[in-house]
Design a protein around this ligand. Sequence first.
Ligand code: HEM
Length: 143
Amino acid sequence: MGISIVLLKFIHYFSIFLAGGLGVGGAIVQASHLKAKEAPSRPTLTAIKVLALISLIAIALLWLSGLSLAYLRYGTILLGTFFFIKLFGAGLILIGATLSNLIIIRSGKLGTKPNPVIMKRMVYLSRIGLILAIGAVAIGFGG
Ligand code: HEM
C-alpha cells in the first residue's frame, strides 16, 4: 500500500472523528439552550460559529480524501450499492453542515441569533446522513 493511500486513509478517519465529535458537541450545546429556552450568549455564539466552521472543513476533507481514495484505488466512485448509500448519507451531512454555516453567517450579518428550530432540523438531517453512511459501511464493509 502506497504512502499516499495510507495518508489519505489517515485523513479520512481523522475527519470522521473530527466531524463526528464536533457534530455531537454542537448538538448538545444547541439542545441545552433549547431546553433552557435561552438564546446563546455572545461568546457561546462565537464558539458555535467556530464549531460549525471546523465541522464543515472536516466534512470537506472527508469528501476530498474519500474521492481521492476511490480514484486512486479503484479508478471510479461507482463502487456498488452500499458505497452509493454511504455517499448519499455523506451528501446529507455535507448539505446539513453547509446550510448550518450559511444560517450562522446570515444571522451574524443581520445581528440576530440563528433560528433554533431550523438549526435543529440541520442536526436531524446530518444525523440521518450519519446513520446511513455508518450503516452502509458496517453492512457493506470494504465500501
Ligand atoms: C460519514 C461519511 C463517511 C464514513 C463514516 C466513512 C467511513 C469509511 C470507513 C470506515 C472506511 C474503511 C472501510 C474499509 O476499508 O473497509 C472507508 C473507506 C473508504 N471511503 Fe469512506 N466514509 C465516509 C465518507 C466517504 C466519502 C464522502 C467518500 C467519497 C468518495 C468515501 C470514500 C471512501 C473510499 C474510496 C474508501 C475505501 C478505501 C480503501 O478501499 O482502502 N468515504 N470510509
